[in-house]
Design a protein around this ligand. Structure first.
Ligand SMILES: Nc1ncnc2c1ncn2[C@@H]1O[C@H](COP(=O)(O)OP(=O)(O)OP(=O)(O)O)[C@@H](O)[C@H]1O
Ligand SMILES: [Mg+2]
Length: 357
């Protein structure tokens, strides 16, 4: 996955957690180039490794986790070599910032909102207190806080959940990051607020020119925000492509499964298209294709040998033996035909945020 406008490049990354003397392999050899200035959506079932993967970009793995192989190249440095907080000083929360699901974990309950934004501006942009306050109020305005001059002196508990998440975004932007990681930033919010926050992040990414990694379970959200999509399964990226390629020309049976379980498609024939079974245990060595046991399309080789990433186009790759030249030709499930039309219907009607009935 070579690209000349790569901002961050991951090679053969492996992460293991130690749990009571046992090893859990959470990330199993991921290689990926993040394309600058774009919005990458990371999708995949719970436990597939989305959070762990992106936490390696800011050195935020839990204490029992370690990178056991690979490299993460950012601005000519290998981030896997960073160990201490001092090593991370110029990168974490500065060049690479994260917005988490629960804004309260990122905000200090005993400091005013204004103080918390200004503090970051003073630190990262070397401004005076008065200048920082001006910039902070501007930022609050920009992320959609009404009456920011007044709300500057309020405490986090006086804000609603959606407003708090806007503040967390403002704080992240105050350091002028090059990469913004959003880990399920709207899951805890109600649907109309979700739509607003997603649109806000998208608009800001264009305005400020940062690269976004957007983690979500919700493919409706992906269709709205993503330029590129990485599909994760059992600690690997199994398909990577532009949003168009993933929605309209998906190649991995797991991606087919994810797309088929779009709630909007379920409604059409009243049937549920959830992917059957569960992912394999990451405590065990996985042989062959990790999705084989759950796949209707598995071949003998899938149980024996791990597939490589096959190239579909310069921007599209998938890790399935179905793309081998000797594989039988199989079609994606019929329900995914005309997805373009169906997706347009979804997004024009407000997608997962509004009623599709
Ligand atoms: N501190 C830890 N100790 C042991 N295992 C962990 C730890 N943190 C994460 N894991 C395991 O690593 C795997 C990947 O977890 P991760 O949190 O990245 O999943 P995810 O894709 O973000 O899921 P979700 O959608 O639920 O947030 C899971 O099997 C998880 O149980
Ligand atoms: Mg997660």
């Amino acid at each position: 996955m070579e690209n000349n406008n790569t901002i961050l490049s991951v090679k053969d990354l492996q992460v293991e957690f130690t749990v009571r003397d046992r090893k859990l392999k959470a990330i199993r050899n991921i290689s990926m180039d993040l394309r600058e200035g774009r919005v990458l959506a990371l999708v995949g079932e719970s436990g597939s490794g989305k959070s762990v993967f992106t936490k390696t970009f800011t050195g935020m793995l839990d204490d029992n986790g370690e990178i056991t192989n690979g490299e993460i190249i950012f601005e000519g440095q290998d981030l896997t070599k960073f160990k201490t907080d001092k090593d991370w000083l110029g990168v974490r929360g500065k060049k690479i910032a994260t917005v988490f699901q629960d804004p309260m974990t990122s905000l200090n309950p005993v400091r005013t909102i204004g103080y918390q934004i200004s503090e970051v501006i003073i630190k990262h942009q070397e401004k005076s207190k008065a200048e920082a306050k001006k910039i902070a109020i501007e930022l609050m305005k920009r992320v959609g806080i009404p009456n920011p001059e007044k709300r500057y002196d309020e405490y986090p508990h006086m804000y609603s959940g959606g407003m708090r998440q806007r503040i967390v975004i403002a704080i992240a932007l105050a350091c002028r990051p090059r990469i913004l990681i959003c880990d399920e930033p709207t899951t805890a919010l109600d649907v109309t607020i979700q739509a607003q926050i997603i649109q806000l992040i998208k608009d800001l990414s264009v305005e400020y020119g940062f690269t976004t990694i957007y983690i979500t379970h919700d493919l409706g959200v992906v269709a709205k925000v993503a330029d590129d999509v990485a599909v994760m399964y059992a600690g690997q990226i199994v398909e990577y492509g532009t949003s168009e390629e993933i929605f309209y020309d998906p190649r991995h049976p797991y991606t087919w499964g994810l797309l088929s379980s779009l709630p909007q498609l379920e409604e059409e024939d009243g049937e549920l298209h959830a992917i059957k079974g569960t992912p394999p245990s990451l405590f065990e060595e996985i042989k062959g294709d990790a999705f084989a046991l759950r796949s209707d399309y598995a071949m003998k080789i899938d149980f024996e040998l791990e597939p490589p990433m096959f190239k579909v186009s310069d921007t599209h790759y998938a890790k399935t033996w179905l793309l081998h030249e000797n594989a039988p030709k199989v079609e994606k499930p019929a329900i995914l035909n005309n997805l373009h039309e169906k997706m347009q219907r979804i997004t024009s009607k407000g997608g997962t945020y509004g009623s599709t009935k």
